[in-house]
Design a protein around this ligand. Structure first.
Ligand code: 13P
Length: 287
């Protein structure tokens, strides 16, 4: 069932668990994530970056594929199709394409401009029944060529954006996209605590879910995080399983080169990663 992410995240915040956003790259990813959510009776958010959208030929293709898969696979758990780190133009494209949720990432604009653009997009998204995420304090690491330095967001700026009527808020707390470097300082729970004190019921979003130790994830959920984004970890699992298959020479045996066989171990590995995360986040059985 394609829905906005508003209700599922409100419930998650109240119930002290988090819903995973798993980024999709192609049909295998989408199918694996949807199947796992259904098997575990968990709500799920499918994240699509602008780069991944382009790779899949455009947001219209993505929306059509996801909607059709939900129907053909009899997916009854709540599924949100969400633009990840959207630009202003990207948000409009996804609204038009039939997404059920968008993220406007205005974190690189001066706060006044971030407020102004977010405010406009809140109005448009809500009028069309979509949920909207906004961002304060850019998330570190590199994603689709956008490099952030892993800032800690200013709690007052978080409040200013939260007050615009957004549905959930991504705030930097020292998290970064991709693998964490060996000298990473960890999440700033002090910042998270201050942000939650200013933003109250607002579900908070933790980007860069790959590689954050389980105890930090649990503490972040205790402090108000209700959505956790995971991308790189599924890519790493997929790549490792595919490498193993090829290194074992299985693509050379029989019709092992058939894409349905060649991509199967990678898809199974994604399912395993998604399952582990849903169990850790506490969303199993919450659909
Ligand atoms: P990772 O790739 O580090 O899991 O981060 C995903 C993310 O935050 C997408 O917005």
């Amino acid at each position: 069932m394609l829905v906005s992410a508003t209700e599922m995240l409100k419930k998650a915040k109240e119930g002290h668990y988090a819903v995973g956003q798993f980024n999709i790259n192609n049909l295998e990813w989408t199918k694996a994530i949807l199947a796992t959510a259904q098997e575990l009776n968990s709500p799920v958010i499918l994240g699509v970056s602008e780069g991944a959208g382009k790779y899949m030929t455009g947001f219209k293709t993505v929306a059509a594929m996801v909607k059709a898969m939900i129907e053909e696979m009899n997916i009854t758990v709540p599924v949100a199709l969400h633009l990840d780190h959207g630009t202003y133009d990207g948000c409009y494209k996804c609204i038009k394409a039939g997404f059920s949720s968008i993220m406007f990432d205005g974190s690189h604009y001066p706060i006044e401009e971030n407020v102004e653009k977010t405010k406009e997009l809140v109005k448009v998204a809500h009028a069309m029944g979509l949920s909207i995420e906004a961002e304060v304090g850019s998330i570190g690491g590199e994603e689709d060529g956008v490099v952030g330095m892993g800032e800690c967001a200013d709690p007052d700026e978080c409040k200013a954006i939260a007050d615009l009527g957004i549905d959930f808020l991504a705030a930097g707390i020292g998290n970064i996209h991709g693998k964490y470097p060996a000298n990473w300082q960890g999440l700033s729970f002090e910042t998270l605590d201050k942000i939650q004190a200013k933003t109250g019921d607002m579900p908070l979003v933790l980007h860069g879910g790959t590689g954050i130790p389980a105890d930090m994830i649990k503490k972040a959920i205790d402090l108000g995080v209700a959505k956790i984004n995971v991308n790189t970890e599924c890519q790493l699992s997929f790549a490792a399983a595919t490498r193993e298959y090829i290194e074992a020479g299985k693509d050379q045996q029989g019709k092992g080169y058939d894409p349905r066989k060649l991509l199967a171990p990678g898809a199974a590995a994604i399912k395993e990663t998604v399952k582990e995360k849903m169990e850790l986040f506490g969303s199993v059985g919450k659909a």
